[in-house]
Design a protein around this ligand. Structure first.
Ligand code: CIR
Length: 253
């Protein structure tokens, strides 16, 4: 059960967000409108929303998920692998003070971004990507052990973040795409496969019995509806242009 989310409003500088996608620059006004719709969709799943003010100094700071990993027992403040994003953690740390007493930190030379972390019960899967390195993943696993959790590493070949290609949607089921479809570490899960041309739809949020999904991916949505999931679709086209998926726009706890 999730009770809270933290989001951060995009600043005008969101148009300069880091990107590998070749989809053009985000339109600021549209990004703001989509962000507001995202917040509404999450509220309708029964959570209280804390919205941080935009910070123009950090074009990617609306993607709060990368700056912390939050769970029942603690908050781990990350060390983002992208140099331009490292300073984003300060405001998120302050915002989490209201909710957590136990904080841990990923430190140099370790880097870790929350988009590379997927929690399934007491276990955390950690992607090694261009943003998260082995040292960061090892530090994170050591922290987890101290709190009774476990962690394991998944080496990514092409995916940007781990959760770019996989989401846990409850009932021992994953939504999975690309290089992760046949990954041995996920062999025991039930799977809903997302086609390569709808890859963006592999990143979804299971939230209190609802599945928040990106709008505009009809094959993925049809598969989820057929499997009995209650979906809420949100258009995130402006965030997709800068590699941002659904999960990266919030911290959920
Ligand atoms: C970045 O490159 O860091 C941002 N433009 C996108 C971050 C997306 N984060 C995520 O999926 N967790």
């Amino acid at each position: 059960m999730f009770n809270h989310i933290i989001v951060r409003k995009p600043g005008c500088s969101v148009v300069d967000g880091l990107t590998t996608a070749k989809l053009g620059r985000p339109i600021y006004a549209k990004a703001m409108a989509q962000h507001a719709e995202y917040v509404k969709a999450m509220e309708s799943c029964g959570v209280l929303v804390k919205a941080l003010d935009a910070d123009e100094a950090y074009p990617d700071s609306c993607f709060v998920e990368d700056t912390a990993v939050v769970c029942e027992k603690l908050a781990v403040i990350t060390n983002p692998g992208a140099p331009s994003r490292k300073g984003e953690t300060r405001a998120v740390r302050r915002a989490l003070d209201e909710f957590y007493t136990d904080f841990e930190f990923i430190r140099e030379p370790g880097t870790l971004e929350g988009g590379d972390v997927m929690q399934v019960g007491n276990h955390f899967y950690i992607g090694i990507s261009t943003r998260t390195n082995e040292a960061g993943a090892r530090q994170f696993i050591d922290i987890l052990k101290n709190y009774g959790f476990s962690g394991s590493i998944i080496h990514l070949k092409k995916l940007f973040h781990l959760k770019t290609g996989v989401s846990f949607i409850g009932d021992h089921t994953l939504l999975v795409a690309g290089e992760l479809i046949d990954h041995p570490d996920f062999a025991e899960f039930g799977k809903i496969i997302i086609d390569e041309d709808e890859m963006y739809a592999a990143n979804v949020i299971e939230m209190n019995g609802h599945l928040v999904i990106p709008a505009g991916f009809p094959k993925a949505e049809a598969k989820l509806l057929a499997a009995g999931y209650a979906t809420k679709a949100v258009d995130l086209s402006e965030f997709q242009k800068i590699d941002g998926g659904l999960t990266c726009l919030s911290l959920r706890f």
